[in-house]
Ligand binder design. Structure first.
Ligand code: SF4
Length: 753
């Protein structure tokens, strides 16, 4: 309907495109022969990634050609899926949800937003509109599986859930990485393509990298020092470092001091964290913790960065908070080479409204029906999804819209989630695959492929190591009849707004966008819509975001500023420069200060103190990720599945001896709290901390009723069978997927096979 111009599809042309698979957002150069992708390389001129790409970017060609990828919708008829056109699919959604809403009300519906949603511009820009149209508090997202603690901690400290400081890697002298593996991820909540190259440059100019992790990771291999730490003890480790800073008179926030409140409260809160006691529990030598505190305080510029491992534990919000407490107390927040805030070109709340003060963030304005879990960012923990479907009563979920989410593999207790999904009266999934979750759907609606859809990063510019603005038109045209993502979203919004499946998508989009403009600029909706014409859909929203953003042309008032046309004219992106100090302008707290000691975070430290004397379990399980995996998907592409099997249980050889395991044999791993068990191949690896075993997540492709011929030949096992949905970070509701107490027992030797 309104797709941007696509490249000429005559033989052998090149199209530039951003890789939408992860937040590194590498610029791609896609060689097309007869309009088909023949080779994908990094775009050397890309202002952000400078030619870097990882194997997944190259594999977009295989994804494009994967015969198992859905091109047309599927609807279930008499228990079996049949292919239909998009018109029939939307009619079926309407037919299924009408009785759910009329019989049980809108509260009986729900929305699940999976991780790839944020990598699809048309989906993410309309997700809030869809949630509003569904009209239910039952909104869940992948954020509560991996990152909610960080959103909450920075929300309280700086006043916006997305004001996340990231290491200024190109100017830092000391980078401390806790529970993160950017050599594999190229940054997560820190967009940093080619981490390897940047780490090498950091060390070449005399800087140092320190990793802290229960596993000697791929990132540890390019670091100067590594400290093994017991899973779940990061908060006490960090609190002990904060105490050293105070005890030794090293706490000096520097230029940030005048924008800070709560220093004394933090000083008092960390008093119980005795270095020797913490050391006994977390496994890091007291001398090493003391040394790290001194190094961070004395470095010319340093940054502490924590990621997935720090978010998947029961004290996750406190852990995320203490990371930034250290950045602040060592004078490294908001300083070149320290932990800095990006300034996104569009869609950032911390560039909107009056600078320096705001309403801050709140949570818990309502709670989930069954567990009473407080909402955070207007959503409930995804670990509560199954109980909300299973438990009868007012508000029980009977119908669900699921966007790009494979909850059967990604959520705690996947088998229970699957049983719950099977009970729904209506389940519609927007997804390119018939997988372990979508097999329970009544309707599956695919979208254009990653190369067929325009791309603009809506969120990740908030965490970028450098400010840029980039937009990719589709690299290749989508097949006739396939709606853009935004069109699918608007049609669903029409269905849930009782306008039916044949709603005029452009007219409804006009209405939605005008209302959104009016809510922030009353009385100006008409004029602004006119200024944005003739664009519609996602592109109109991107243009609006850019033009009213911090670098924007202000709809004509600042003629030199950015608009979508100007960004499109630079296919390799517009460089907006290195990160710059943003305090106090970035703050949106009611006090207009950095809140160093939010009361509930300080209170939660008492639970961490209690853990210091708690007995260490004999064996705990943690996850890990791999460069060739992307959570639960991309396992159906042969090019990414090459090499040795990687869904293995890593075990330190000493533990393996004690537990009588055999390398290459199959072991039974049993969760102590639930008795759930899986059988998995054992791999000896002295990278593991003794007492800790590791298994990647996103596997368990059993092949039953799915369409994933490659993945089902390499199924792996589902990590999350072992995860207890009730084990969560109390403040954020994030699932505590790491640090699961398990036993490991041999069940089959390689020689038995
Ligand atoms: S790191 Fe890989 S998956 Fe991520 S954006 Fe770059 S090429 Fe794509």
């Amino acid at each position: 309907m309104s797709s941007p111009a696509v490249p000429d599809s005559s033989p052998s042309t090149t199209a530039l495109h951003m890789c939408p698979l992860c937040e590194a957002g590498c610029g791609l150069s896609v060689q097309l022969v007869d309009g088909e992708p023949s080779l994908i390389r990094g775009d050397r001129d890309d202002v952000f990634s400078h030619g870097f790409l990882c194997p997944k970017g190259t594999a977009l060609k295989a994804l494009q050609n994967d015969p198992d990828r859905l091109r047309r919708p599927l609807i279930k008829r008499d228990g079996a899926f049949v292919e239909v056109d998009f018109v029939e699919a939307f009619a079926e959604v309407d037919r299924l949800f009408k009785p759910v809403v009329s019989e049980h009300g809108p509260l009986s519906c729900g929305l699940v937003i999976g991780n790839p949603t944020v990598h699809r511009t048309g989906l993410v820009l309309y997700a809030l509109d869809l949630a509003a149209a569904i009209g239910s508090p039952n909104v869940f997202s992948a954020a509560s599986l991996d990152q909610m603690p960080k959103h909450l901690s920075v929300g309280r400290m700086f006043g916006d859930f997305y004001s996340i400081p990231v290491p200024d890697i190109e100017r830092t002298d000391l980078l401390v990485i806790i529970g993160a593996n950017p050599m594999v991820s190229n940054g997560s909540m820190w967009s940093v393509p080619d981490f390897r190259g940047k780490a090498k440059a950091l060390r070449a100019r005399g800087g140092r990298i320190v990793t802290v992790d229960p596993r000697f990771t791929e990132t540890s291999k390019v670091a100067d020092h590594h400290h093994h730490i017991r899973p779940g003890t990061d908060a006490m480790f960090l609190a002990a470092i904060v105490r050293v800073l105070f005890d030794e008179g090293l706490a000096d926030p520097g230029l940030v001091a005048e924008h800070l409140v709560g220093v004394d409260a933090v000083r008092k809160a960390v008093e119980p964290f005795d270095l020797d006691e913490v050391s006994r529990r977390c496994g890091v030598a007291a001398a090493d913790m003391r040394s790290l505190a001194r190094q961070l305080a004395s470095a010319r510029a340093a940054a502490v960065y924590g990621r997935l491992g720090t978010c998947l534990q029961q004290h996750a919000t406190v852990t995320s908070w203490l990371i930034d407490v250290i950045n602040i107390l060592t004078g490294n927040l908001d300083q070149p080479g320290g932990a800095m805030f990006a300034k996104p070109p569009a869609f950032a709340a911390n560039t909107a409204g009056p600078p320096g003060r705001g309403e801050g963030v709140s949570t818990g304005s309502y709670s989930s029906r069954v567990s009473g879990a407080p909402e955070v960012m207007n959503q409930f923990p995804i670990a509560c999804l199954a109980e909300e479907i299973e438990t009868p009563g007012q508000g029980q979920i009977h119908g669900l819209v699921m966007i790009a989410s494979n909850v059967a593999l990604s959520s705690p207790d996947g088998p229970r989630v699957e049983r719950a999904l099977a009970k729904l009266d209506a389940l519609v999934c927007l997804d390119p695959y018939l997988n372990e979750t979508t097999r329970h759907a009544d309707v599956i609606i695919p979208g254009p492929s990653a190369l067929e859809e325009a791309h603009f990063d809506v969120f990740f510019a908030n965490f970028a190591h450098r400010n840029v603005a980039r937009y990719s038109p589709p690299a290749i045209p989508k097949p006739p009849g396939v709606p853009d993502d935004w069109e699918t979203m608007v049609r669903l919004i029409g269905i849930f707004s009782e306008m039916g499946p044949k709603v005029d998508v452009v007219a409804l989009d006009d209405d939605l966008t005008r209302r959104s403009i009016e809510s922030s600029a009353p009385g100006q909706g008409g004029d602004i819509m006119e200024a944005l014409a003739p664009r519609v859909g996602a592109d109109r929203r991107i243009d609006l975001g850019l033009r009213t953003g911090p670098y924007g042309d202000l709809l004509g008032l600042n003629p030199d500023g950015l608009c979508l046309d100007k960004v499109m004219a630079k296919p390799s992106g517009v460089d907006l420069g290195p990160l710059e100090s943003r305090l106090p302008e970035i703050l949106r707290t009611p006090s207009g200060k950095v809140e160093l000691a939010p009361a509930d975070f300080v209170d939660a430290l008492s639970g961490v103190v209690d853990d210091i004397s708690r007995e260490q379990p004999e064996c705990v399980l943690i996850g890990r990720r791999h460069l060739r995996s992307n959570n639960s998907w991309m396992h159906n592409l042969p090019i990414l599945m090459k090499g040795k099997a990687r869904c293995t249980l890593l075990v330190h050889p000493n533990d393996a001896n004690s537990w009588k395991l055999v390398d290459g044999g199959v072991a039974k791993v049993t969760a102590l709290s639930t008795d759930a068990a899986i059988a998995v191949t054992v791999e000896f690896d002295d990278a593991m901390m003794p007492g800790v075993v590791s298994l990647p997540h996103g596997w368990g492709h059993d092949g039953n009723d799915t369409k994933a011929s490659v993945a089902s030949q390499n199924p792996g096992v589902n990590f999350n069978v072992l995860a207890d949905p009730n084990r969560r970070d109390a403040l954020s509701g994030n699932a505590a997927l790491n640090g699961i107490s398990v036993t490991v027992r041999m069940v089959r030797r390689p020689s038995d096979e």
